[in-house]
Design a protein around this ligand. Structure first.
Ligand code: ATP
Ligand code: MG
Length: 462
């Protein structure tokens, strides 16, 4: 370990020699002995010792007390060692905040202890100063405004951001101000930050803060109680200007609204266009006599319609991803019956549909499947044009199940469901595959198709 350096300031040369030896005996280095005031100032600056042992009366114009005040900023601990114990000298010396004042003749052990204590105290003080500096740096480098208030609601301290945000020129202008002049409230008693007086931490999302020029801005803030010896002595308020954030939020909201309107509009147009195609097919069917061709056109019409209804339900839906499948099916079935000119009461349809929302990727294929199966039933199951159709949709723990059944004549025996030859059932098979579902047929009493499927996860489109 390097020895501590002590600058000795003493004009009596013999005494100086004696003290120097004593100090060296204690293990300190004494690199210089100054006998005059000016010389002492110069050497203190040059050597930057760990401590100065200072006589009060010196050669030249300035005494030890003058020297101590001149080198105050060097932050070197000073111990006076002097023959003078007059009250007025001690009073003057006090102002220079010395680490000790010893009178001659001195006791060697006492001198040693005084020096040790001074060095230790100086070390602690330096550490404290450094930690204070670091804290101040953190406080001033944060973008949040921070200030303290006492129990009289007066500002006790503040950081640089608080000064800037509130429009002051320097901290001193802000310190001492009443918080009610900083946070705008018509009823001051209701101010949430007063919660600190009951030990509560308070967060306020949006409050009006006032600048010096009287203008107001929106800020969010925290108020933390400041506690000393178990008693609340004030609060620390930290706040952030949220003007820009609020502006951005409004912009995002507006832009989202615009997009929603646009999406609604697009779904509306898609639905209209599909509806036009369906109407064209309908018109065409009306204008020809060939029953086979009419059937083909009607089938195409209901296929297009089953998709048009999905888009119709989409633009009516609060979010644009899901449609209420119950409402969708009611409309779809009604439209198919209408297209085939089924009179009320002849073919009865019973719907038992859970109130389920399905996304578009699931709704479109499922709608097309149901369209095929219902159309078939209407066309083939009831030669007498009378019968019942039931459609049931329920969610099971793992997946969903839809049953489309009629009490008609049943599927012809030659139909190969796994590998059908006709377009309708081919479509059904391929759409069931698209849904990753399973198709089961029960031909015991009429025709019953059961499809289990899972809702398709929304596929991201590029
Ligand atoms: N519910 C039903 N009851 C009785 N027979 C049915 C039923 N569904 C289908 N069929 C019979 O199965 C056949 C195949 O049906 P599919 O839907 O594949 O063809 P399609 O209806 O004849 O023509 P399209 O390809 O235009 O649908 C039908 O022609 C019909 O004979
Ligand atoms: Mg068919």
């Amino acid at each position: 370990m390097v020895n501590k350096k002590i600058l000795l300031v003493e004009d009596e040369s013999i005494e100086a020699m004696d003290i120097k030896r004593t100090l060296e005996f204690f293990g300190y280095d004494v690199p210089y002995v100054a006998s005059g005031g000016e010389e002492a100032v110069e050497k203190a600056t040059e050597i930057n010792p760990d401590l100065i042992l200072m006589d009060v009366v010196l050669k030249g114009n300035s005494d030890g007390i003058d020297v101590a005040s001149k080198i105050k900023k060097l932050n070197i601990p000073v111990i006076y060692l002097t023959a003078h114990s007059e009250e007025n000298i001690i009073q003057r010396a006090k102002l220079t905040e010395p680490y000790g004042y010893m009178t001659k003749p001195y006791d060697r052990a006492e001198l040693k202890h005084t020096i040790e204590l001074a060095l230790y105290k100086n070390k602690i003080e330096n550490e404290l100063k450094e930690s204070e500096y670091n804290l101040r740096l953190i406080l001033d480098s944060t973008a949040e405004g921070i200030f303290g208030i006492d129990l009289d609601d007066l500002c006790t301290f503040c950081n640089a951001s608080a000064v800037n945000l509130l429009g002051y020129d320097n901290p001193n202008e802000l310190i001492g101000n009443n918080i009610h002049d900083l946070i705008h409230r018509s009823h001051q008693n209701e101010t949430p930050y007063m919660g600190f007086k009951t030990g509560k931490r308070v967060y306020v999302e949006d409050e009006k803060f006032m600048r010096t020029d009287g203008t107001v801005f929106s800020a969010e803030y925290w108020s933390y109680p400041q506690i000393k010896n178990n008693e609340i002595i004030g609060a620390v308020i930290t706040f952030t200007d949220i003007t820009e954030r609020k502006k951005a939020e409004i912009e995002i909201k507006n832009s989202l609204n615009e997009k929603e309107v646009l999406l609604r509009e697009i779904n509306h147009r898609v639905k209209n266009n599909l509806q036009i195609i369906a109407s064209l097919l309908h018109l065409q069917a009306d204008s020809i006599d060939d029953k086979y061709m009419v059937d083909i056109l009607k089938e195409s019409e209901t296929r297009v319609k089953s998709m048009a209804i999905v888009h119709e339900k989409l633009y009516q839906s609060p979010n644009f991803n899901y449609i209420n499948f119950k409402q969708y099916l009611e409309k779809l079935v009604y439209d198919i019956l209408y297209t085939y000119g089924i009179k009320i009461g002849t073919i009865k349809v019973q719907l038992d549909i859970e109130d389920i929302n399905l996304n578009i990727d699931t709704a479109i294929p499922l709608g097309l499947i149901i369209n095929e199966l219902i159309t078939n039933t209407i066309k083939y199951a009831f030669p007498q044009n009378e019968g019942n159709i039931t459609i049931q949709l329920k969610s099971l723990p793992e997946n969903m199940e839809i049953t489309i059944a009629d009490n008609g004549i049943g599927l012809p025996k030659n139909i190969k469901l796994e590998n059908p030859e006709t377009l309708g059932l081919q479509l059904v098979q391929s759409l069931v595959n698209q849904l990753d579902g399973k198709l089961k047929l029960n031909n015991d009493n009429g025709t019953e198709f059961k499809i289990t499927f899972k809702e398709l996860k929304y596929k991201k489109r590029l």
